[in-house]
Design a protein around this ligand. Structure first.
Ligand code: ZN
Length: 324
């Protein structure tokens, strides 16, 4: 009897433990799947935002291809005029393909500003199809491109000053009432770039090393050549070049031969490539900013040309060991 009673007590206790455990597992699963659900919602919302970001709105009338025309136009006009950028943040412009909606946006736009047919063949196609109501400005047409075939014209500080000056006149025709403000902003930007030129010259003529080994595309030639700095890039002037094993071996050889302390990278390129050079040689990685595209974070903060160029100068100063 006692034995049987004990058994009953024991069974009830065990059942209670099993019941409690089942409850714990049940609630654990509910919480787990709940968290998975929240996570999936966040991912879906994020991808939705990425496909149709907030800066794509039908009312906007001034359209730009990418971040270079964007910062020029914005710095000239100020924040009052909304600008629609076709290239999503974090995307490189060379091989981008716009959505069919881009042409609709462009047909309704007052103006479309893009860098060049070479840099953005997709923008050149859009410009041709835009229609007579949309005024088109190709920035490369404003500056001489006889010196090189390099489409990264904004890396030439002198050319960038011309781009500000000429784009200001283009915008004055579209927004005559704002012309005084546009010209005031033009003068401010040109002055800032003049100061930037002095900073680059003062710093980059004091460096211990004169080779920029860039695990990226050939975007910085116009910036570095005036100071006698050699640029060795993994790929050509677009991102499409093959990253051959031969080129990687050559880069590792250069780092070792010249005892180079740092290599340079850019944001969209695989970090694995730079890491493989680090694994072989122990060099430091320093980031450069091509400006033709910026991260989502920099886009949201509307980081300026001067700020991005200052970052480039700081990176070069560190990587090339320039004391000034
Ligand atoms: Zn580029």
């Amino acid at each position: 009897m006692y034995y049987s009673k004990f058994c009953t007590f024991h069974d009830t206790y065990e059942n209670r433990i099993i019941y409690n455990m089942k409850q714990i597992v049940k609630w654990g699963l509910i919480i787990f799947w709940g968290l998975i659900g929240i996570f999936l919602c966040a991912v879906l919302l994020n991808s939705y935002r990425f496909r149709r970001p907030s800066y794509l709105s039908a009312q906007e009338k001034l359209v730009v291809s990418g971040y270079v025309p964007h910062i020029i136009v914005r710095e000239l006009l100020g924040a009052s005029v909304p600008i629609l950028q076709l290239l999503p943040p974090g995307t490189e412009p060379h091989s981008f393909e716009p959505t069919p909606g881009a042409l609709v946006q462009l047909k309704n736009a007052t103006a479309f500003v893009y860098v060049s047919d070479e840099l953005e063949p997709w923008a050149a196609d859009l410009a041709k199809a835009a229609g007579s109501r949309t005024r088109v400005l190709q920035l490369a047409a404003l500056v001489s491109s006889s010196s090189s075939q390099d489409p990264h014209i904004w890396m030439d500080l002198g050319k960038m000053q011309t781009l500000f000056a000429q784009t200001a006149e283009f915008l004055c025709e579209i927004y005559p009432k704002d012309c005084e403000k546009i010209r005031h902003n033009r003068d401010k930007s040109i002055k800032q770039i003049e100061q930037l030129k002095r900073e680059f010259a003062d710093t980059l003529t004091t460096c211990k090393y004169n080779k920029v080994i860039h695990i990226g595309h050939l975007a910085f030639k116009n910036l570095l050549t005036p100071y006698g700095i050699d640029l060795i890039s993994l790929s050509g002037t677009s991102h499409e070049g093959e990253h051959s094993v031969k080129k990687m071996v050559q880069i590792i050889g250069l780092v070792q031969t010249y005892h180079i302390p740092a290599i340079f990278t850019e944001e969209t390129l695989s970090a694995r490539l730079a890491q493989s050079v680090v694994d072989e040689t122990g060099v430091e990685i320093v980031k450069l900013y091509p400006i033709e595209y910026v991260s989502k974070q920099d886009f949201d903060h509307q980081v300026s040309y001067i700020d991005l160029m200052h970052r480039n100068l700081e990176s070069l100063k560190r990587g090339l060991q320039c004391p000034a």
